[in-house]
Design a protein around this ligand. Structure first.
Ligand code: SF4
Length: 465
């Protein structure tokens, strides 16, 4: 804000309009901010911005309060000498004094026991920097807004498919025919999603919302499926159960782009029990999972290196290699979800078993029978050339409703498995990553391994989160 004492006569009442980006959530809508005499008076959507095309939500329009709220801290505050902790008795101090105090205290902690310094960062979109600061300081005690919001969404999906919703990727609603939204509040991926759903519905797409309450997005869905809070994982497991039972999974996608057909060591006397069988081929450089695993080829009926030219692996089955029992990963998944019937899920989720069966059937049949093919040449990760991209047009969007539970991480893993089985990842009409995602699975950055990794005056050996 301009100091009125410094106004030039000619500038009084001057109106400026600045184009900028809204930082009230991670959508990053384009906004136009009107200033009078240098003071923010009004915020509106920028109609020329490709993301929100002029749309602004109530939170974005309220961004003015971020500048002028009387509750906003504008100066460092120090607890008054002798005041009780919690009594809110502070005195303002200069930034120089604040830095002096912090330097002295932080230097002492860093030199003695860096983990005593805990840093918490809000939804400030600066986590790359604050995380780097924590790492360089040497403390593993770093946390952020996502820890009580949707971090499970990012962690579970990045761990399973290499990317996640919102800033990492999202539903391709320009091409989807069935859109399933689950556990999403209105503020999560707000304006871009509202615009996309509006276009999707005008095109005749079918929108199913699975949510405990019928407000916001659910109110405009073609079908609202009420669910008990925190039970979404049971629903996903039952849908996976049904897709396998009804044979409605995308075999081609599972074989070519997942580890579903790869063989797992089931020799209980082996240290490798429960792990992938790996050949002695040298592992690749970097943190990529080496492709030194095995398929069971149904043409030669023997184990072969994954992606051997001309091989066609079994997706299901139990075999033996030199007397060691092995099964495909997909076989283990099938056995794992055998007990997760729609009736079992009904008792947990409150969704009738017949509805769960119908949802599974609709997802599977839409993905299988309404495939989209676009004439776009591409080369896949294995170096194979393709003349077109194909996709089953079933798209999902999910957020905090799934993530913010103690079972959130595993719920989101189950949803990732479901999306994978439908073959709707990085395909038209399904889920599409945004650059630089997808990242390697499992993720490359690793947290410190033990307490010994936290040492005085030493950067942390790994990422704090
Ligand atoms: S959705 Fe709303 S809060 Fe989020 S960036 Fe857009 S205008 Fe701002």
């Amino acid at each position: 804000m301009l100091d009125p004492a410094e106004y030039k006569e000619s500038e009084i009442g001057r109106i400026d309009v600045k184009n900028t980006t809204c930082y009230m959530c991670a959508c990053r809508c384009g906004i136009r901010v009107t200033l009078r005499d240098g003071e923010v008076r009004h915020i509106e959507g920028n109609p020329e911005h490709p993301l929100n095309k002029g749309v602004i939500c109530a939170k974005g329009a309220s961004g003015i309060m971020k500048q002028y709220s009387p509750a906003r801290l504008t100066r460092p505050l120090l607890r008054r000498k002798g005041a009780e902790r919690g009594a809110a008795d502070f005195e303002p101090i200069s930034w120089d004094r604040a830095f002096e105090i912090m330097e002295e205290r932080l230097a002492h902690l860093r030199a003695t026991d860096p983990k005593k310094f805990a840093i918490f960062t809000g939804r400030d979109q600066m986590q790359a920097l604050t995380g780097l600061f924590a790492k360089q300081f040497g403390t593993p005690n770093y946390a952020a807004h996502g820890g009580f919001c949707s971090v499970n969404m990012a962690a579970g999906m990045i761990y399973s498919i290499g990317g996640s919703f919102w800033e990492f990727g999202g539903p391709d609603l320009d091409r989807a025919k069935l859109f399933v939204m689950i556990g999403t509040a209105e503020d999560h991926h707000s304006n871009p999603l509202k615009i996309a759903i509006s276009k999707f519905k005008r095109r005749g797409g079918r929108f199913i919302s699975i949510n405990p309450v019928r407000t916001g997005y659910s109110a405009i869905a073609d079908e609202w499926v009420p669910i008990r809070p925190g039970t979404d994982g049971a629903l996903f497991l039952a849908i996976i159960h049904e897709l396998i039972k009804q044979g409605l999974y995308d075999r081609e996608f599972l074989v070519n782009y997942t580890n579903a057909a790869e063989l797992i060591d089931l020799d209980e006397s082996s240290d490798n029990y429960g792990m992938f069988i790996r050949t002695s081929r040298p592992v690749e450089e970097g943190c990529f999972d080496p492709q030194n695993k095995l398929w069971w080829d149904r043409i030669s009926n023997r184990p072969v290196d994954v992606r051997t030219e001309g091989a066609d692996p079994f997706l299901l089955g139990e075999y033996a290699i030199d007397g060691r029992p092995v099964k495909t990963a997909f076989q283990l998944l099938k056995e794992r979800v055998d007990e997760y019937t729609p009736e079992w899920a009904e008792g947990i989720t409150g969704i009738p078993a017949d509805t769960i069966r119908r949802l599974a059937h609709e997802m599977g049949v839409t993905a299988r029978d309404q495939k989209i093919e676009l004439p776009i040449q591409w080369t896949d990760v294995w170096g194979n050339e393709h003349q077109s991209v194909k996709g089953g047009p079933v798209a999902f969007h999910a957020m905090r409703g799934l993530a913010a539970h103690s079972n959130g991480f595993q719920t989101i893993r189950a949803m990732s498995v479901l999306m994978t089985m439908l073959g709707t990842i990085d395909t038209p009409g399904g889920f599409r990553h945004k650059a630089p995602f997808p990242r390697p699975i499992p993720p490359c950055p690793k947290p410190p391994k033990s307490a010994d990794d936290v040492q005085p005056n030493t950067p942390l050996n790994g990422m704090p989160l």
